[in-house]
Design a protein around this ligand. Sequence first.
Ligand SMILES: Cc1ncc(C[n+]2csc(CCOP(=O)(O)OP(=O)(O)O)c2C)c(N)n1
Length: 341
Amino acid sequence: MPVVTTLLGIGCFPESHILSLGMLGMHGTAYANMAVDGADLVIAIGMRFDDRATGKVIGFAPQARIIHIDIDPAEIGKNVRVDVPIVGDVKNVLHALNEQIVSQTHVDWIEQIEDWRREHPSTAIRETEGLLPQYVVSKIYEVTQGDAIVVTGVGQNQMWAARYFGYHKPNSLISSGGLGTMGFELPAAIGAKVGCPDETVWCVAGDGGIQMTIQELATAVQDNIAVKIAILNNGYLGMVRQWQELFYGRRYVATRLSGPDFVKIAEAYGLPGIRVSDKLQVVSAIEKAMAHEGPFLIDFVVEPEENVYPMVMPGATLAEIIEEPRRELEVKVGPRDTSNV
Ligand SMILES: Cc1ncc(C[n+]2csc(CCOP(=O)(O)OP(=O)(O)O)c2C)c(N)n1
C-alpha cells in the first residue's frame, strides 16, 4: 500500500521507499494528493484530519472507505466521516490487523501512481541563476545524507524543509505543525540538540520567524550547543506574501522585511556567520558549518518571490492542485529503494 504522511508524520516511513509518496495536503506532493483522491481505502493512523491535510473536508478521499486508528476516542469522526474507527495504541492495532490480512498486490494502482509521480515531479527544482530555497534544503540533505534532525519555523521555509529533504528516521523533522508557532525554530533546535547531542541538528528558518526568538543565540553560544542555522532569507514574510500574490492581486501589505544583517547579529552574539547568495557556494558553506564545533549561522539570500508549489487552495479539494507555472524543471527524484515493492 502506498504511504503518505502529514507534516507531523514525516519520518515515520522512509521517503526513499518506493511506496512513499511524501506529504499530502495544501503543499503536499501532487501524486500524494492524487493517490488519496483516487483511493478506495484510506487507513489513517494517528492523524487528526487537519484542514491543511484534507483540503475541503467533504471532498476528502471521496471514493474511499476510511479506517481511522487513534488512541484518543475524541479524535474519531471529529472532522471526517469514518467507516471503521479503531481506538488503541497503533503498535498493538497494526500487529492485530496484520494478522488478519492476506498479502495482495495492486500492480495497476501502483503503476498509475508512478505515472502521476513522473508527470508531476513535485520534488523537482528549477534550473536558475539565482539561489532557490528548495535548492538550499536539498543540499543540506545531500551533505548530511539525511542523517540530521531538521527543525523548522513556520511558513514557506517549513514547507520547503518538509518537501526537499529525504527523511528516513522517525522524529527527524521537528515542526510546530498546526500551532503555526513562528519563533519555534531556534529554541526547538537548541532543545533537539540538547536531547540528541550526537545528531546533527539543522534549524531551517525564515527571516521573519528567526527574529522572534533570535536572542536564543545567546543560549546556544553560552552553553555551546552546536545547532546549525540556515536562514532562508527572502526579505519577506514569505508565506503571507505568497497568499497576497495569489489571492489578493499582489497587494503586498506588511510583508516586506528589510531585516537586520544576520551575519553581524551572529558575530555580536559570538558565533560565526556567513552570507551565501551564490548557488556554487551552498555546499561548501554547509560543509563549513558542519565542520565547525559550535553553533553556526548561514544567511542564505534566496529568490525573494519564490512560491511553494504545488498548492491546494484553501477550501479546494485535494484533486484541485495548482502546480508550478514555470515549466523548465530539472527532474530530480530522490534515491529510491525498490527492494520491497
Ligand atoms: C507568531 C506568528 N505570527 C504570525 C503568523 C502568521 N504567519 C504564518 S507564516 C508567516 C510568514 C513567515 O515568514 P518567515 O518567517 O520570513 O518565513 P517564510 O514564509 O518567508 O519562509 C506569518 C506571518 C504566525 N504563524 N505566527
